[in-house]
Design a binder for this molecule. Structure first.
Ligand code: ADP
Length: 433
């Protein structure tokens, strides 16, 4: 499932960014291309102005001058005397002449079909009478090529000399084509890079979610497993109770009650952990006398220890201690979990020491026993949910949740909990607050 989500997120991230990039590229290209055409047209008009000024000042138009102007600006010139193509245009080969004539006709037709706002007209007085020139853009229907065109007209009375200047836009179009290809390649490259980045990035984002989901699944599986045993005992006891003689029913009811208590304690533990997971773990801190808290815990567990002939001792620092800002109920719960475990995993006649020490701004509460101890491999896992060293699970009041609850409570206080080997065997749990 996460692979699918991973892929979809990657496609979504890369797709959205690619679309944004594409739109931005298109906007840029639109503005840039418009600018290129405008600048080119302006340059063309400037050249025509120069040519017109020259024409104004000279009475004879030499072919050398025309050829020089053509070569300089990559232009094509057509000269018409009273509408008849001048000798200048007949110098090229016949095929070229034919092509030129078509182009000439098309350019003149285009001028007639264009509206006045698409044509720039300039009129001035020259030596040879009125001189006017009109610049416009047109697409040749026969070759589908674009041109800037200028029609220069000069003359007096019956004599009309026309010069048509054509500037092919192939080079500009090629430049624009190259620019578009460049942008397309950049966009494709960037999209691939973005895709790779999005794949890793979403992978990093999804990793804790996937891990969490796996943990949840394991938690539910383990919880169901733990709940199944007492529930099946309750069900079979209820069934036996129904058919049993009245004097035997009391025993079955007791079993149902005890197993019910187990289920209730397990559900309470699970609820505590779920609250901690959803950050709804109520921690009501208040200035607390930790020594008093430890004395109360000692008193509560001393009878239980005595039952197993375990010697439970309490060591407190000398003198008055500053108050510690903790939730007294929660910290008592942690001490209860540690003492309960210590009593459970220490054989009869053993020793357990509950102690409090102060290191500068910190308090250390430790529970040390001389019991069965914990191997180094298990030390890393005992704070995991439902983890028990004894796989047989024959201790009915132990679900493997105690230390994970203790860990969550201590974490909620900003403290830490650790386990070490006790001197001479056994374990020592230390809570730093
Ligand atoms: P449980 O309810 O099973 O005690 P915990 O989370 O409190 O669950 O402890 C996890 C496991 O750590 C226990 O199953 C036990 O094997 C081990 N453990 C905890 N405390 C001690 C201890 N004082 N001595 C030895 N083993 C311990």
């Amino acid at each position: 499932m996460f692979k699918k989500v991973h892929l979809r997120l990657t496609l979504l991230c890369a797709g959205i960014t690619a679309v944004i990039m594409l739109v931005m590229s298109l906007c840029y290209l639109y503005v840039s291309e418009k600018g290129l055409y405008r600048n080119q047209f302006q340059a063309f008009k400037n050249d025509i102005n120069t040519i017109s000024t020259n024409l104004e000042q000279q009475s004879v138009i030499s072919m050398e001058w025309l050829a020089k102007m053509e070569a300089q600006g990559n232009y094509r010139f057509f000269v018409l005397d009273n509408g008849v193509p001048f000798l200048y245009n007949q110098l090229s080969d016949p095929e070229q002449t034919e092509e030129n004539n078509i182009l000439l006709t098309e350019s003149r037709n285009a001028l007639n079909s264009l509206s006045s706002q698409d044509v720039t007209v300039t009129v001035s007085d020259g030596i040879n009478g009125i001189l006017s020139h009109s610049e416009y853009e047109f697409i040749s229907p026969s070759t589908d090529s674009r041109y800037f065109c200028s029609l220069i007209q000069m003359g007096t009375g019956n004599s009309l000399l026309e010069i048509v200047v054509l500037s092919p836009l192939q080079r500009l179009e090629q430049q624009i084509e190259e620019q578009r290809t460049r942008f397309l390649l950049i966009d494709i490259g960037a999209t691939i890079l973005l895709g790779i980045f999005a794949w890793f990035f979403t992978g990093i984002l999804l990793k804790p979610i996937a891990e969490n989901q796996q943990k949840q699944a394991m938690f539910v599986a383990a919880a169901s497993h733990e709940l199944r045993t007492p529930l099946s005992v309750i069900l079979s006891a209820a069934e036996c109770c129904r058919d049993a003689a009245p004097e035997r029913q009391e025993g079955f009811i007791r079993t149902i009650y005890q197993e019910g208590l187990r289920v209730s304690s397990l559900v309470t533990d699970m609820l505590t952990l779920s609250q901690s997971d959803s950050h709804r773990f109520p921690v009501r801190k208040e200035p607390t006398e930790l020594d008093t808290l430890l004395m109360n815990s000692y008193e509560a567990f001393e009878p239980l220890a005595r039952e197993k002939s375990i010697q439970l001792s309490l060591t407190l620092p000398d003198g008055a201690l500053p108050l510690c800002n903790v939730d007294p109920e929660r910290i008592s719960q942690v001490i209860a979990i540690l003492l309960h475990n210590a009593i459970s995993y220490t054989p009869n006649q053993g020793r357990i020491e509950l102690s409090l020490a102060r290191h500068k701004e910190r308090f250390a509460v430790s529970v040390q026993d001389n019991g069965i101890g914990i191997s180094d491999a298990d030390k890393k896992r005992i704070f995991d949910r439902f983890y028990r060293v004894e796989k047989s699970r024959n201790r009915k009041d132990h679900f493997g949740l105690g230390l994970s609850i203790a860990h969550e409570i201590v974490k909620a206080h900003g403290g830490s909990i650790q386990v070490t080997d006790a001197e001479g065997g056994g374990s020592c749990f230390t809570v730093i607050l």
